[in-house]
Ligand binder design. Structure first.
Ligand code: GAL
Length: 787
């Protein structure tokens, strides 16, 4: 199909600004400085790494063949309290964009400010709820006023730093809202939703940023002044819902996120490349990987509900910023081929012909040059296609022929050797070298109902009550009892975890499982004659980030009921008792994690620390591991809690929570649609099944003091664990033998059918040798299904 040169010029006047660019678009591509361009972009969320990591991540993205970096903006991180802003450290957004500019790349600024992103509350600050009349993401003055204030603040910061293309900066696109189309459908496209999304578009355009505004997944009711884009595992069959706008893919989900209790998701390299090639075969021109570097949920206000601290995402750059092969290298080769054909792809006349069911040949012709794509969407059959010669196109793959004669790239034929991450012991810091001291969390004040900050004859919702200032909320009450009695205590909670104390004794502890956050705690409760105290500590593990009216999803013991049931069935209902409330732990208020002087740490140098003791703070000092490799702390042996190094949060830890065993743990074949978001029966290529959901926690090098100065690790262990097994490791990247043909176990059609263990030397695995389940799973995931 010939292109309709319907150029919509957004920026004309950039005169007088050094290096200023114009950004416009037409039905084929973004038009930068008058030239149609292919945009290959990768998402890096700046708060999920450190400023010291940014240049390396960005440069690796550039070397991986990308020309653009994309990020969301994280409102609750920048405005943790109303009108109190944070633009420091890993929230220094301007510094992040400057790094992109320095690397000579373009940038996409997805402001949101609702971002989803597996981020706590989707990025919206919890304090918004305290504003009267507030309804999230609907047409109401309180929400729109706050959203406009924040959006304007970010835009102005970027303008002051000359970050927009028209000012000579890197930003070529900006996004407002996020996947609101899906939410509108859930709300039956109600009037308020429609008014809101049109208000968003108008408010964004009023900002005069000089680059196009996009909205992702706004497939219906699209405001006239924004561009709709696609998100998903595949976007080749998606087309914009208006003429004159290019086909843009804002989120190419290159892997998936992980929740506590679930295995690691992997999207095969072959399928990742297949999806990209299909998109460009079908007239796509702007593509962004979600994620290119996933990173780490360092603080408690980062990860969404039940999200692990690692947000690795199986991205081309792993959590630590190391290159993940063969994904990185294979996609780089693909990017280079696509960019080498840029002019023909964005200008060429487009001709598509079917060579049989699910076999498509696409030819782009521009002047004397033509480029071809041959796709085979069959799941189970390789085919021979004749096009300037005969070419074998394996099942579920795309061949690219930049001259329509010779295959330069096939998505299923990987030439890059696979890499494996090896956790190396850090010489000085074996468990026995760490000297621990400890301190109990002060629970006593909460074992009565005398010291709460307010009372209510009601069991309140946790987020509203605590303002999400802490994961923890105490619910405390008392009752008179005649004589002794043994009861069963029943507490119904909406999640995510609960500890029950009766008269100062811990009687029960339970957490949500299987993404079902509501549960009932049942425990034994012995009452004595006179006044008895019941104290319930409710904990959240990240707040909901997705869905219509997600802010109304409750947490904590809202409404209960809380009951004591005696042996003869007599019930004491405590639901409407007088409950006293306190937010947070004593140790949080005292900021123990900052290791200020004056804290009464015990056991130092005595070699005695209590283990498996709930509600305990632990502290040790250690030397920074030598070298430049990424550092992790291995917390196997600990149960659940939070960790800090030199006052910097490493996030929540929960190594005691094992990842489920699922059918998808044992199959991995790239020759079918990948789906991580769907039904359990769709899942495949899972690893880490039956193992701790997360054992290793990233300690960025910039958190560490060098030159022999001691570093401090502080743990808050809430459920009882053994810190003396903790150890530091460095992360090395090794290349597998998988790329050498001799190491493969060949199945039909030359596809590796399985990986077996042959005794012998297999490199520097830290534990157990190459026969370990983890090693075998890693090789299996990396090799099976490849030619
Ligand atoms: C999308 C959303 C992203 C992220 C992704 C899953 O729907 O826009 O922010 O949540 O899903 O990783």
């Amino acid at each position: 199909m010939a292109s309709r040169h319907t150029l919509c010029l957004l920026v004309l006047a950039a005169a007088g600004v050094a290096g200023a660019s114009t950004v416009a678009y037409d039905d084929r591509a973004l038009v930068i400085d008058g030239q149609r361009r292919i945009i290959l972009s990768g998402a890096i969320h700046y708060p999920r790494s450190t400023p010291e990591m940014w240049p390396d991540l960005i440069n690796k993205a550039k070397r991986g063949g990308l020309n653009t970096i994309e990020t969301y903006v994280f409102w609750n991180g920048h405005e943790p309290r109303r009108r109190q802003y944070n633009f420091k450290g890993n929230y220094d957004i301007v510094r992040f964009f400057r790094e992109i500019h320095t690397a000579g790349m373009y940038a996409i600024l997805r402001i949101g400010p609702y971002v989803c992103a597996e981020w706590n509350y989707g990025g919206l600050p919890a304090w918004l709820r305290d504003i009267p009349g507030m309804q999230f993401r609907l047409h109401n003055e309180p929400f729109e006023r706050e959203m406009e204030t924040f959006t304007t603040l970010i835009v102005n910061k970027m303008k002051e730093a000359s970050m927009f293309a028209g000012q000579g900066g890197p930003i070529i696109l900006a996004q407002i809202e996020n996947e609101y189309g899906d939410i509108m459908a859930q709300l039956n496209n109600n009037r308020s939703a429609s008014q809101y999304i049109h208000w968003c578009a108008d408010m964004a355009n009023k900002q005069k940023v000089g680059v196009p505004w996009i909205m992702c997944q706004q497939n219906h009711d699209l405001p006239h002044n924004v561009i709709n884009t696609c998100n998903g595992f595949y976007c080749h069959d998606w087309y914009p819902n208006r003429t004159g706008i290019p086909k843009m893919w804002t989120e190419n989900w290159i892997g998936w996120f992980k929740k506590w209790g679930l295995p690691d998701f992997h999207r095969t390299t072959e399928d990742s490349a297949f999806a990209v090639a299909m998109f460009f075969q079908k007239r796509g021109s702007v593509m962004n990987y979600y994620m290119y570097h996933g990173g780490t949920n360092f603080s408690r206000t980062t990860g969404g509900p039940y999200l692990t601290t690692s947000y690795d995402y199986d991205a081309p750059l792993d959590e630590y910023g190391n290159i993940r092969q063969p994904k990185y290298g294979h996609l780089k080769n693909l990017h280079n081929v696509l960019l080498s054909m840029e002019t023909t792809l964005v200008h060429g006349e487009y001709n598509e012909s079917s060579y049989g069911e699910n076999i498509t040949v696409t030819k782009y012709t521009y002047g004397d040059s033509s480029v071809c794509f041959v796709s085979n969407q069959l799941h189970d059959r390789d085919v021979n296609v004749t096009l300037g010669g005969t070419h074998l196109v394996p099942a579920w793959s795309v061949s690219i022929l930049p001259d329509c004669k010779t295959v330069a790239f096939n998505t299923a034929k990987i030439k890059t050797p696979a890499s494996v991450m090896v956790m190396r012991p850090s010489t000085a810091e074996e468990p026995e070298a760490l000297n621990w001291s400890w301190m109990p969390e002060k629970l006593r004040p909460f074992m009565t109902d005398d010291c709460g900050s307010f009372r209510k004859n009601q069991l309140l919702e946790q987020i509203t009550t605590s303002g999400d200032q802490s994961d923890y909320l105490w619910y405390m009450t008392s009752l008179e009892h005649k004589g002794e009695g043994t009861y069963t205590l029943y507490v119904n909670t909406t999640g995510h975890e609960l500890c029950a104390f009766v008269n100062g004794e811990l009687v029960g502890q339970k957490h949500s499982t299987n993404s079902d956050y509501a549960f009932q705690l049942e425990s034994l409760a012995k009452l004595h004659s006179g006044k008895n105290y019941i104290s319930l500590l409710s904990g959240t593990v990240g707040l909901t980030n997705y869905g219509a009216l997600f802010e109304l999803v409750p947490a904590g013991i809202v409404g209960g009921p809380v009951k004591l049931v005696g042996p003869n069935g007599t019930a004491i209902d405590l639901t409407k008792n007088s409950w006293s409330y306190a937010t947070g732990l004593d140790g949080e208020h005292r900021q123990i994690h900052l290791d200020k002087p004056g804290n009464n740490w015990r056991g130092h140098n005595e070699g005695i620390v209590p283990v498996y003791r709930p509600f305990t703070w632990y502290k040790t000092s250690f030397d920074a591991p030598a070298g430049e490799e990424a550092v992790v702390v291995d917390l196997l042996g600990l149960n659940k809690g939070a960790a800090w190094v030199n006052g910097n949060s490493l996030g929540r830890y929960w190594p005691s929570y094992a990842a489920a065993e699922m059918d998808g743990c044992h199959v991995c074949d790239y020759r079918r649609e990948f789906n991580a978001a769907g039904d359990e029966s769709d899942l495949q290529c899972l690893t880490g099944c039956g193992e701790p959901s997360q054992r290793f926690y990233h300690v960025p090098r910039s958190f560490l003091r060098r030159d022999g100065e001691p570093n401090t690790l502080i743990l808050f262990e809430e459920a009882g664990g053994d810190p003396t097994r903790a150890a530091f490791r460095t992360v090395a990247v090794a290349t597998t033998a998988c790329a050498s043909p001799g190491a493969e176990v060949c199945g039909e059609h030359g596809v590796i059918a399985g990986v077996d263990v042959v005794r012998g030397s297999c490199g520097a695995y830290y534990e157990g040798g190459c026969e370990t389940k983890a090693a075998l799973q890693t090789f299996t995931a990396a090799c099976v299904g490849r030619e």
